[in-house]
Design a protein around this ligand. Structure first.
Ligand SMILES: *[C@@H]1O[C@H](CO)[C@@H](O)[C@H](O)[C@H]1NC(C)=O
Ligand SMILES: *[C@@H]1O[C@H](CO)[C@@H](O)[C@H](O)[C@H]1NC(C)=O
Ligand SMILES: *[C@@H]1O[C@H](CO)[C@@H](O)[C@H](O)[C@H]1NC(C)=O
Ligand SMILES: *[C@@H]1O[C@H](CO)[C@@H](O)[C@H](O)[C@H]1NC(C)=O
Ligand SMILES: *[C@@H]1O[C@H](CO)[C@@H](O)[C@H](O)[C@H]1NC(C)=O
Ligand SMILES: *[C@@H]1O[C@H](CO)[C@@H](O)[C@H](O)[C@H]1NC(C)=O
Ligand SMILES: *[C@@H]1O[C@H](CO)[C@@H](O)[C@H](O)[C@H]1NC(C)=O
Ligand SMILES: *[C@@H]1O[C@H](CO)[C@@H](O)[C@H](O)[C@H]1NC(C)=O
Ligand SMILES: *[C@@H]1O[C@H](CO)[C@@H](O)[C@H](O)[C@H]1NC(C)=O
Length: 528
């Protein structure tokens, strides 16, 4: 029998303690990546039918979301938005009712600016009217894009999305409209991440999910679909600290019928999104999905991980840039853990993951059992053991759920501490620390104790110490070895009030979301 472990939980930035509108990530369909503007009513009704017959609906995929291009080219004379009657001859309210009668929820798309990305009417200046129009149509989910916002500053986006938030929150009988915000995507991918993080600071307060980076490759797009998946995965990894029940980072759609992907790559995409607790919104021709793809998408073990009530996002236990291997882990409700091993390299690899890298104690009284989430097979992990992954193919992801015996000590948040701008890892070097390329070294995997000390697995008797020049001293539990982690990514020292910095000095005056001071830490570290 398991004893539930007391884990430090990420504190919510919301003051509202009631059940959030979206306690777990949304699951469903959106037509954009697959069909772009070729959408119509038939596509949606046919997709709904296929989602029932394939078992996708029963597995939890209950949303069908329209993307851009559903609108007529102009508003009605009374300024109300309306649909293209060629594409939607029966109208959107009819479609919403059809879907509702089959147990699905309809989602819609609008734009915060003057025009949508596809050139249809924007909602700027019409926010209240459009919100009440969508409510009256029976729409339950709004993706608000951010094309043609003028001027394109962080302040303007904050104002527009904040306006939508206040309108949606005020709609009687309380908002039931899930609000997906595309704002951060308009600030991603520059050399200076500060504005991107400033947008990330408010999106969790205004809505339930945010598209934070570039669109995943569309079906007809030029380029590598796998590279696109890895690109969006890499952005998501930078933002784990923001995620909590009620708010989810959105690395964009699943594209499981993309002809540029192998089955192995599709499975990696699905497993990574599940361990990160990402939205599972499929953009594909559902009636044409292969049986093996349907089996993947309906895998109950991975869906349970995605929908886990803790709402955590898995973080990097280790990253080996040369080998191309990422190991991700997080806690699940009930004291279990999930671990995923991704092979980004071009050849088959063998990977061994010591349990201490997963935050577990390698001690004689602690037994860890692993369930392979692809096939449900159970693997015994011996005490002081390792998860041994043989023959992990190029671009494959292995994924396991770990069950801990009652003799196991509470989980200690463990993993890399990395600068989210440079990607470099905090690395122990004797009595010093430096920032180096992440190479899955024990000197780069840190335990973060409940008291806020950080110690490398290579030498757990030493702790990160805010001394001049920064150092690694014998752990004493003094104030200069206590650090607090903020949602801004700052790691601040209790004694000096200074922040960890990648630069000439290891600590310096705290700055708000400057590239040199925004760090990714293991999931489970409490935020101040
Ligand atoms: C609806 O859209 C689908 C997918 O793009 C297309 O195959 C079909 O011909 C369209 N139907 C109509 C009536 O336009
Ligand atoms: C799919 O979504 C795109 C993007 O929003 C839209 O332009 C297109 O019309 C949609 N197609 C269908 C068939 O729904
Ligand atoms: C409606 O969509 C059809 C098919 O894509 C297009 O030919 C037509 O111009 C659109 N009409 C309006 C009013 O936007
Ligand atoms: C706007 O006009 C349409 C079409 O006549 C009507 O259905 C709708 O109720 C009107 N909306 C408002 C807010 O008056
Ligand atoms: C966009 O709309 C705003 C009002 O919401 C207006 O002030 C601005 O001039 C418009 N910009 C363009 C390029 O049309
Ligand atoms: C709606 O909000 C009001 C005021 O915040 C609250 O008293 C009420 O319980 C809420 N109703 C539901 C159904 O959540
Ligand atoms: C980064 O952007 C922020 C916000 O726009 C700005 O205040 C800061 O000076 C920029 N930093 C650098 C190094 O350019
Ligand atoms: C795998 O091969 C691709 C294409 O040749 C190359 O761009 C990439 O760097 C390789 N990846 C690794 C981890 O070696
Ligand atoms: C092993 O775990 C038990 C249970 O938490 C703990 O009391 C004990 O101190 C641990 N032993 C070692 C060597 O870590």
């Amino acid at each position: 029998m398991l004893i539930p472990l007391i884990l430090p939980l990420v504190t919510s930035t919301s003051t509202n303690s009631s059940t959030p509108l979206l306690p777990t990530p949304p699951m469903g369909f959106n037509n954009w990546s697959r069909f772009m503007c070729d959408l119509n009513e038939t596509l949606f009704t046919t997709t709904a039918t296929a989602m029932r017959t394939t078992g996708l609906q029963a597995a939890g995929y209950n949303r069908l979301n329209l993307d851009d291009c559903w609108m007529a080219t102009s508003r009605l004379p009374n300024a109300t938005l309306t649909w293209n009657t060629t594409k939607f001859p029966h109208g959107i309210p009819w479609l919403a009712a059809q879907l509702d009668s089959q147990g699905f929820l309809l989602g819609i798309y609008a734009d915060a600016g003057n025009q949508t990305c596809g050139g249809f009417p924007g909602s700027s200046g019409h926010e209240a009217l459009d919100a009440s129009t969508f409510q009256s149509w029976g729409v339950k989910y709004l993706k608000l894009d951010g094309c043609n916002v003028d001027p394109a500053t962080e302040e303007t986006y904050r104002h527009r999305y904040g306006l939508w938030h206040s309108i949606l929150a005020a709609e009687p009988p309380n908002s039931t409209m899930v609000f997906s915000e595309s704002a951060p995507a308009y600030f991603a991918g520059t050399d200076n991440n500060t504005d991107w993080y400033r947008v990330m600071d408010w999106v969790p307060q205004y809505g339930q999910l945010a598209r934070h980076s570039t669109d995943i490759l569309v079906y007809v797009g030029a380029g590598s679909a796998w590279a696109s998946i890895m690109n969006n995965y890499d952005y998501n990894v930078l933002l784990a600290r923001y995620q909590r029940p009620g708010y989810f980072n959105d690395p964009d759609f699943l594209i499981p019928d993309h002809s540029g992907l192998t089955l192995t790559e599709k499975k990696s995409h699905f497993a990574l999104w599940a361990v990160m607790g990402a939205p599972l919104i499929i953009s594909a021709w559902i009636p044409g999905l292969d049986a093996e793809v349907v089996e993947m998408l309906t895998n109950p073990r991975l869906i349970a991980v995605d929908q886990d009530a803790l709402g955590l996002q898995a973080t990097l236990a280790s990253r080996g840039v040369s080998a191309g291997v990422d190991v991700l882990t997080r806690s699940l409700q009930g004291g279990e853990r999930v671990v995923a091993v991704l092979n980004r390299g071009n050849g088959t690899v063998k990977v061994e993951v010591g349990v201490e890298r997963l935050g577990l104690d390698a001690n004689a009284t602690c037994e860890v059992q692993a369930e392979d989430l692809w096939d449900g097979r159970r693997v015994e992990m011996v005490q002081g053991g390792k998860l041994v992954v043989e023959g992990l193919a190029a671009h494959a992801t292995g994924v396991w759920r770990l069950t801990l015996s009652p003799g196991c000590a509470p989980v200690v948040p463990t993993g890399i501490v990395f600068n989210t701008a440079s990607g470099r890892c905090l690395t122990a070097r004797d009595s010093r620390v430096v920032f180096e390329t992440c190479e899955a070294l024990d000197a780069q995997v840190w335990q973060v104790t409940a008291q806020g000390s950080l110690r490398p697995l290579s030498d757990t008797a030493r702790c990160l110490t805010a001394a001049s020049g920064g150092s690694l001293g014998a752990c004493r539990g003094d104030e200069d070895q206590k650090w607090s982690y903020a949602i801004t990514g700052n790691l601040k020292n209790a004694k000096t009030g200074e922040c960890l910095t990648e630069g000439v000095e290891l600590v310096s005056d705290c700055l708000l979301e400057a590239n040199s001071q925004v760090f990714g830490l293991p999931s489970g570290v409490a935020l101040v």
